[in-house]
Design a protein around this ligand. Structure first.
Ligand SMILES: Nc1ncnc2c1ncn2[C@@H]1O[C@H](COP(=O)(O)OP(=O)(O)OP(=O)(O)O)[C@@H](O)[C@H]1O
Ligand SMILES: [Mg+2]
Length: 333
């Protein structure tokens, strides 16, 4: 019987995502391709990805879908393999300002002209409340069970990071949401189609420009600020650098965390903010930082298995919400 792997040679396993396996294969004709596969009960994200990518095959920014099919209890998505490509993360770590800013420019213009086509849908208060409840409140609750060792960090009113006292994630977020203009900024965004996971890990620099991997439908809200929030997670949140952070736990809710951000960070942030202001005004900037912070907290349970490696992610989340609170206060009441 011909199986889904007959005549294929596994060449390299790529960084594994949450619910699918990604690897490079060679077929019997010597062609390389990337295969993502997930068992059917967990395949809904991959099926969404396949359908999303198929809609946009006319654009060079979207990876070619070679095959999307059910096979032997699995869903399989085969994509063109970009062999000489590097991720934007990689170029960012190498301080390659020219490549990163050129790629960002191309990516932003693609997203804005081809994806972010506005519809008239406005968010209700209930939808915003559900978003906050499922992406922030419940994630902090999950972490309390997953990393009981650090429960004192998760439940205390304040946390001390590098000698500075901060309000904890939930109380700081509650302060943000109490500010009318902050809620108005979130509701001022217009719903549209987005990629949904534009972190630097999901943007490839190829010989022919950028390619956007891994569209994601797990956002509940879908607008440009939700999209920009993911970019900010890489550039402002330092998400991809936190795995290398050096830390010291100094007490039940006190730690020292040292993270090295690339020197080109400030320059890139300026560029992204300018683009958001140009398109969506200052409220768009606030909303983008809001969603960055939500994305960040939403991902914390994935980091809960890292033991003390959890603390850099948690403490960065604390800092982000406190920064957001300052931004919200500047919007005025
Ligand atoms: N078509 C491709 N060509 C070249 N490299 C690729 C390709 N697809 C993925 N990669 C590399 O593999 C890494 C992981 O792939 P991808 O982002 O598709 O999956 P994932 O993040 O593991 O899965 P998930 O969908 O669960 O987030 C990418 O960051 C990129 O470095
Ligand atoms: Mg990915």
């Amino acid at each position: 019987m011909k199986t889904m792997f007959s005549d294929l040679k596994l060449l390299q396993k790529l960084q594994g995502g949450s619910k699918s396996v990604t690897a490079v294969f060679e077929d019997d004709l010597g062609q390389y391709f990337v295969r993502k596969m997930a068992p059917l009960p967990q395949a809904s994200k991959l099926i969404y990805q396949a359908n999303w990518l198929k809609q946009f095959q006319m654009f060079s920014e979207i990876p070619r879908v070679l095959r999307a099919a059910y096979d032997d209890g699995f869903f399989i998505l085969d994509l063109n393999y970009y062999s000489n490509a590097e991720t934007l993360s990689h170029a960012y770590l190498n301080e390659d300002l020219n490549s990163v800013s050129e790629a960002l420019g191309q990516m932003l213009s693609f997203a804005q002209s081809k994806l972010h086509l506005q519809s008239e849908i406005q968010y209700s208060d209930k939808l915003l409340a559900d978003y906050f409840d499922s992406k922030v409140y419940q994630k902090i609750e999950q972490c309390r069970f997953l990393v009981s060792k650090f429960e004192s960090f998760l439940v205390s009113k304040t946390v001390v990071i590098n000698g500075k006292e901060y309000l904890n994630v939930l109380p700081a977020f509650q302060e943000v949401l109490r500010i009318d203009n902050a809620r108005r900024a979130l509701k001022a965004q217009t719903a549209c189609l987005i990629h949904g996971d534009l972190t630097f890990e999901n943007i490839l620099l190829t010989n022919n420009g950028v390619v956007l991997l891994d569209p994601n439908d797990e956002n509940i809200l879908s607008d440009p600020a939700v999209e920009f929030g993911k970019l900010l997670q890489s550039v402002h949140g330092n998400y991809e650098q936190l795995a290398q952070a050096r830390i010291q736990i100094q007490g039940p809710q006190q730690c020292v965390v040292h993270v090295e951000a690339p020197k080109i960070q400030a320059e890139l942030l300026k560029m992204i903010e300018a683009e958001i202001v140009r398109r969506h005004g200052p409220l768009g900037v606030f909303a983008s930082y809001f969603h960055e912070t939500v994305h960040f907290v939403r991902l914390l349970p994935y980091k809960a298995r890292l033991g003390s490696g959890f603390i850099p992610y948690f403490s960065r989340a604390v800092q982000l919400v406190n920064e957001l609170k300052e931004r919200a206060e500047q919007l005025g009441r």
